[in-house]
Write a protein that binds this ligand. Structure first.
Ligand code: PBG
Length: 339
């Protein structure tokens, strides 16, 4: 590079080679910041790939353990577990006791404390209508109090089974306070709460709903989650919801989705000095993967760029389906998918 015209080149001087660029970088992403989502499905005979989510499967109770073992070997040690019943029916209340709690138990028995296990707390995979809460008699609205009671009960079941952290993603009012009170009363004082405090009503959740069997459906005029998830046009709601969750006892806050809501993440993380998680949701992850499959971009490098943007905006942790795709390789500029 010709640096002879020194005055004119003053900013480019720090970009001239990778060593100078590495040394002058203010932000970087480290693999230890990444959390890998996992799906365990009751009654599945063998693991089943999730469309468009490269590397992600619906797991059986047995394959879940093998997957975690290989993730640990790959350097991934933080997980967010989703449990999916065979037949959604909220009335079969022992389901969670017998299945998801069993899976959590297996994980603890096999791996001890060598990993961090967060468990998603929601009702969307458990209800036959796919909504995140319990519907009223006429199926025209989601009942807040009844939903919160059930969520708090589930949180205790997961904590007792061995979850380090429970992560309510339902967006009911007052769920964090109810969960904290229930955990404390049950003696689970150390169990963390990661609240989806700023979870927006988004179109980017598509592939996830296939994996978790959780799309709204059935005999209800409620076709979507707009009556409980945040409206994309309201920043103030994200602020109020996150401030409230801190008051109610949330340890970790979250913005979700990630890239389309980086402005929200930046403003919230500046306003509220707490650990901020961001969820690179299924649609965001799949979009990059599909571009990669078409040969249009280097998907691994594009994920790394998206994660860096999230850290720059204030996230200290990132939930991403790509954690296991060799996060450390991506982040050190080597290809994710071996040639
Ligand atoms: C449901 C839930 C959703 C996600 C996590 N928990 C989707 C939804 O609200 O339908 C989204 C995750 C993703 O898209 O990757 N409570």
């Amino acid at each position: 590079m010709d640096l002879s015209s020194s005055a004119a080149m003053s900013l480019r001087r720090l970009r001239q080679n990778r060593f100078v660029r590495e040394l002058s970088r203010e932000f970087r992403v480290h693999p230890e910041q990444l959390i890998q989502p996992l799906f365990v499905v009751e009654g599945l005979s063998k693991p089943k790939p999730v469309p468009a989510l490269t590397g992600v499967h619906q797991e059986t109770r047995e394959s879940l353990l093998r997957q975690i073992e290989s993730d640990l070997e790959a350097g991934v040690s933080k997980f967010l577990l989703f449990g999916v019943p065979l037949k959604p029916d909220l009335h079969q209340v022992q389901w969670t006791g017998e299945f998801l709690a069993g899976a959590i138990h297996d994980i603890r028995k096999t791996f001890g404390r060598d990993l961090f296990l967060a468990v998603d707390v929601c009702l969307c995979s458990l209800t036959d209508h796919g909504h995140c809460g319990i519907l009223n008699e006429t199926h025209t609205s989601v009942e807040n109090a009844a939903s919160v009671a059930e969520l708090a009960r589930l949180a205790v079941v997961y904590a007792h089974a061995g979850a380090d952290c429970v992560a309510p993603s339902d967006m009911m009012d007052g769920r964090v306070a109810a969960i904290r009170a229930a955990l404390d009363q049950a003696g689970d004082c150390e169990t963390l709460i990661m609240s989806y405090s700023a979870k927006f009503h988004s179109k980017f959740y598509g592939p996830f709903r296939l994996a978790a069997n959780s799309a709204p459906r059935g005999h209800t005029p409620l076709r979507d989650r707009a009556t409980y998830q945040l409206d994309a046009g309201r920043w103030s709601d994200a602020l109020l919801s996150s401030e409230r969750d801190v008051r109610e006892g949330a340890d970790i806050l979250m913005v979700k989705p990630g890239l389309p809501y980086l402005d929200v993440l930046y403003r919230l993380s500046q306003a509220i000095p707490r650990p901020w998680a961001v969820y690179q949701v299924s649609g965001e992850y799949a979009a990059i993967e599909l571009l990669g499959r078409e040969g249009l971009i280097d998907a691994g490098a594009a994920h790394a760029e998206a994660w860096l943007a999230m850290v720059r905006a204030g996230a200290s942790m990132i939930i991403t389906y790509g954690a296991r795709l060799g996060a450390h390789r991506v982040l050190s500029h080597e290809p994710v998918h071996p040639a």
